[in-house]
Ligand binder design. Sequence first.
Ligand code: ADP
Ligand code: MG
Length: 334
Amino acid sequence: MKLSSLGEFGLIDSIRKMTAQQSPSVLIGIGDDAAALKLSSSSLLLATTDMLLEGVHFNLSYTDFYSLGWKSAAVNLSDIAAMGGVPRFCLISLGIPSSVSVEQVKDFYRGFRAVLRAHRTVLVGGDTCSSRKGFVINIVVLGESEKAKLVTRAGAKAGDRIFVTGTLGDSAAGLDLLRAATGRKRQEAWRRKLIQKHLRPVPRVAWGRIIAIAKCAHAMIDISDGLSSDLAHICDESGVGARIIAEDIPFSRSLLAASDKLGKSPLYYALSGGEDYELLFAAPPAKAKKLRSFDITVTEIGVITGERRLLLSCEGKTKPFRPTGYNHFKKSGG
Ligand code: ADP
Ligand code: MG
């Protein structure tokens, strides 16, 4: 069977079934943003890993090494944020082609360190290899959480309100702008902001922690693949469905300014774009007021339903929709 017929998530699912093993120490294994492993009756070790490959995740013709280091750290910390955890330690392995200089590697580490410092995470090791083709990055982040505060992708209940932090779609629009860049020297502010969101995302570690400590989320995920796909992950793991209201999805002014020029709608970028690294979570209705009292940017965008399908309400019409976010092995969506 071809990988393209199974897709990234189908493949992970079959790996998960093949390797399923019960261990009393594994609270959460394959299938969430991070594994949650029991250290004691009340405390958990969180572990997550993500790869970034040249030509797949980044292009060195429009990504500087500082930003690459920054983003590599940010996307991994984001998975700890999605569990409501605290990142603590990190390991990094690099495959470096001969075309990359020592100065560029140092720049990478400067960006990497800036994000780790901001989140009090300590680099404790890694591995270094030469690469025949392309720059390869693999990172492991270890974090911690109290067992009682952990938030997983499972647990959303019919009637829960769906919230997102920040604004959606900026990163994917920033990527389109980078791809279409014509080498212009002076850039409008909206262009710079969207590109910045793509190259240097900010992991919502503190916000994830606030949401978890206040027990405001039944389920949570970070948006790495696009709202449609990441919402589908929460629904699959929780055994529920969802209805999203298009007009309620938060867009930045920069994205609204860009979409005319790029010919794609903000809604398209939010649903299918990915790499926003905002948090998407299902909150019991009684917690909605409490959530709004925190110093965090959250917007209610829909409701969890008992029927296992995804619905999108737009201009008064409600239609089913499918996950169309990023999927390795598939050309688009699914
Ligand atoms: P995220 O986008 O949050 O990083 P992924 O979609 O990459 O999540 O991974 C989902 C789950 O599948 C995680 O638990 C991850 O550890 C696991 N996973 C991904 N690839 C593999 C693999 N090749 N073998 C085992 N587990 C995997
Ligand atoms: Mg994730």
